[in-house]
Design a protein around this ligand. Structure first.
Ligand code: F6P
Length: 491
């Protein structure tokens, strides 16, 4: 907030994402407000709350229209409003084509290495273009100044920067791509690769989580567009416009808001053990994610099987509690991973379970941030074994929840977070035996060793928190704006 005031004093902030930060749902005639399971929302919401402005998103809740009394604008957060949520209404066909189709059956598997074949349908692309246009028009309509600061989020809106630039040539557009960027060979299979690249290159700044994804992007541009790439300064110039391509590893609020009102560690443990009927001598691991095939949930269960096979001393003494929030459930690949995870869990529980104990508890429902924080505080281990992940904020949320400096993090080498949380036990999620051994190592680790590792990870997340992430992007934006002011003084 301070930085915005000092460095970008006249900037009008407009955030744009598909997922809305507050979803109003109708539950038996009563409106319930839900916070979505979304890394993007977890990261962006505290920033927008602090800075104010407007957040444009797709209205997706069953009671959204009713809750805002048929109006498009609603002040949020509901308990202490500080910014405006502008909802965009989409038809079922648009949601089908733009969100489920192009974004989640096309771009999502294109960008994540999970061996799911991307589907590219011309009709989905047309919806994607039309919905991007709808959002771009809303940005232009909301902008009160000729040079707003527009924060475009994610793979749902690759064309928005170009569409906004056409109407607001002086806007500062920061686009953040929350998922990995593939290598040029992989990217080349997308029939609309040039459109996507040139759409993104109307941004002033294009951010990724890691340097590796920036390099993949630059290599893709190099392969498919006519432009000048300055690798030393990490810029791409097309015609008169230059885009800065930089890594900004996303993070979380520190201290975590979910910590407020939490019982102490012993209290959390007691509550969770009572709730799940776990006996006191059981060591608890926790997994939390959306039910997504990129998260590697069935293989994580197989790792538990490997642990119990190779270290039978944990039979009856270890439990993995897996929370999986239903996600994109109308897509076949998502249904398949749910069925697979349930089958694998059942088979392992049948094989090893005994009276009053089962090694895997799978709960497929959404949990709010406070519930998850309690689970993190109750656990001995947190297991984040994604097959591929841009960053993975669950890993950082676990670290933030452990104000007792205890707990072991097991982390996939293919999650961006593994570049920062070096003291986690880093695993290859395709190596089932290796993951089982890492769980054994985590369970056997001395208390001193756990604390030394956790302290270092906490220092990292505390310093490189979400305000640092936003701050670096805003500083870069401020520089660009000042430079533009010198080159083209406003009259
Ligand atoms: O963090 C990556 C991301 O794809 C976000 O863009 C998105 O909000 C989140 O995962 C959850 O996905 P969805 O919004 O489709 O439920």
């Amino acid at each position: 907030k301070h930085l915005l005031k000092t460095e970008l004093p006249d900037a009008e902030v407009i955030v744009v994402s598909n997922r809305e930060p507050y979803i109003h749902n109708d539950v038996d005639g009563e409106i319930r407000i839900q916070r979505p399971a979304s890394g993007l929302v977890t990261a962006l919401e505290p920033i927008t709350r602090a800075c104010g402005g407007i957040w444009i998103a797709h209205g997706s809740g069953s009671a959204d229209r009713r809750s805002v009394d048929e109006k498009d604008h609603v002040a949020v957060p509901p308990d202490a409003p500080s910014y405006v949520l502008r909802r965009i209404w989409l038809t079922d066909e648009e949601v089908e084509g733009y969100y489920f189709g192009l974004a989640n059956e096309g771009l999502w598997p294109l960008c994540h290495i999970a061996f799911i074949r991307p589907a590219f349908r011309a009709a989905d692309w047309q919806h994607y273009v039309a919905v991007n246009r709808k959002f771009a028009d809303a940005i232009v309509a909301e902008a009160k100044s000729p040079n707003p600061l527009v924060l475009v989020q994610d793979y749902h809106f690759a064309l928005v920067p170009k569409m906004v630039r056409e109407s607001l040539p002086d806007a500062t557009i920061i686009t953040f791509w929350h998922i990995p960027w593939p290598n040029p060979e992989m990217f080349s299979i997308c029939p609309w690769r040039e459109e996507i690249l040139s759409g993104l290159l109307s941004s002033s700044i294009l951010g990724f989580h890691t340097q590796f994804h920036c390099i993949n992007f630059l290599d893709s541009v190099d392969r498919f567009l006519e432009c000048h790439i300055d690798r030393e300064h990490s810029t791409v110039t097309t015609g008169a416009s230059t885009t800065l391509i930089r890594p900004y590893p996303i993070s979380i609020e520190w201290p975590a808001a979910a910590l407020a009102g939490q019982p102490d560690i012993a209290g959390c443990r007691k509550a969770v053990y009572a709730k799940f009927n776990l006996s006191e001598d059981i060591r608890l691991a926790i997994g939390v994610e959306r039910f997504d095939y990129t998260k590697g949930i069935p293989d994580r269960f197989r790792a538990v099987e490997s642990l119990l096979e190779n270290h039978p001393e944990w039979i009856g003494r270890f439990c993995l509690l897996q929370i999986a929030a239903p996600s994109r459930a109308q897509l076949a690949a998502y249904q398949a991973v749910q069925v697979e995870a349930q089958d694998v869990a059942r088979a392992i529980n049948d094989r090893f379970g005994r009276d009053g104990w089962q090694p895997i508890i799978l709960i497929a429902r959404h949990h709010d941030a406070a519930e998850i924080c309690t689970l993190f505080r109750a656990a001995d281990l947190c297991v984040v074994t994604s097959l591929h992940d841009g960053m993975n904020l669950v890993a950082k949320e676990f670290v933030a929840a452990r104000d007792d400096d205890d707990g072991v993090l097991i982390l996939s080498t293919f999650a961006g977070a593994s570049r920062e949380l070096l003291e986690a036990l880093i695993v290859n999620p395709y190596d089932i035996r290796g993951m089982g051994e890492a769980i054994h190592q985590g369970l056997s680790m001395s208390s001193d060793q756990r604390r030394d590792r956790m302290r270092l990870m906490r220092e990292m997340v505390a310093e490189y928190n979400i305000y640092f992430w936003a701050g670096r992007m805003l500083m870069d934006a401020a520089r660009i704006r000042k430079r533009q002011g010198i080159e083209k003084p406003l009259d």
